[in-house]
Design a protein around this ligand. Structure first.
Ligand SMILES: Nc1ncnc2c1ncn2[C@@H]1O[C@H](COP(=O)(O)OP(=O)(O)OP(=O)(O)O)[C@@H](O)[C@H]1O
Length: 216
């Protein structure tokens, strides 16, 4: 489902963020991505999401080789992926509903069905009844839940999360991890990055550890 074959990423300026990585994540797996700040976790997730491209090697997602796809084809791949961004990317001038409905608007989903989907997603993450709220009125943990609702509202096969538990206290971080586990339990492939490995240990899942762009 996700396969990296000798993938390297060099940023303009010459910095090698990922160095010749090969690994595979099967459909329905839940995998953690660990490593210190700057290890390359966000870069790896961006390559899976087709937000950025590998400099060399092949990135395969759902059987599609993203390294060979034209830029115009990437949106179709992204329809099957949900992303919780490290910097949230919440639109603070729009309501909770309007934030969560965005991925459905982008794929042209029928508006009435979309409203049902948004309510279901908010219910799932524990934000039922908050659709008319503005994001500034939500706590940090609730804002993270909003991001998770937005990432799953289009029912993606793959869910990526970049440090979703950063800045949350431990109890709340574990709640968020449980939420990801619940998506994994219904068949979603889940890849979560975090620098705090103690959050991952209880789950008995595979941990991909990165250090300076290589497996640690
Ligand atoms: N657009 C860019 N241009 C140049 N260098 C970059 C760019 N994005 C990331 N880097 C560098 O690549 C390295 C890996 O960054 P990346 O964000 O993937 O790490 P990370 O493990 O996710 O760390 P963090 O948890 O701090 O985000 C870092 O040294 C970073 O400075």
């Amino acid at each position: 489902m996700i396969k990296f074959d000798q993938v390297s990423k060099r940023y303009p300026g010459g910095f090698d963020a990922l160095k010749n990585l090969s690994f595979q994540i099967d459909a329905g797996e839940m995998v953690f991505l660990a490593g210190h700040s700057g290890a390359g976790k966000s870069t790896l997730l961006k390559l899976v999401a087709g937000i950025d491209r590998a400099t060399s090697g092949n990135v395969l997602v759902n059987g599609q080789n993203l390294s060979r796809l034209r830029a115009s084809q990437l949106p179709y791949v992204r329809q099957h992926i949900g992303i919780v961004f490290q910097d949230h990317k919440i639109l603070y001038d729009r309501s909770v509903f309007d934030n969560v409905v965005l991925p459905l608007d982008i794929i042209g989903f029928d508006r009435r069905d979309a409203a049902r989907r948004v309510r279901a997603a908010l219910d799932k993450v524990g934000l039922a009844g908050r659709e008319k709220s503005m994001p500034v009125g939500l706590s940090g943990g609730e804002q993270q839940r909003l991001c998770i609702a937005r990432a799953v509202v289009h029912r993606p096969a793959i869910l990526l999360a970049d440090e979703p538990s950063a800045n949350l206290d431990r109890a709340y971080a574990l709640d968020i991890m449980e939420l990801f586990k619940s998506f994994h339990q219904v068949g979603v492939t889940v890849l979560i990055s975090a620098h705090d490995e103690t959050l991952m240990e209880d789950y008995g899942r595979r941990i991909i550890r990165l250090r300076e762009g290589q497996f640690a």
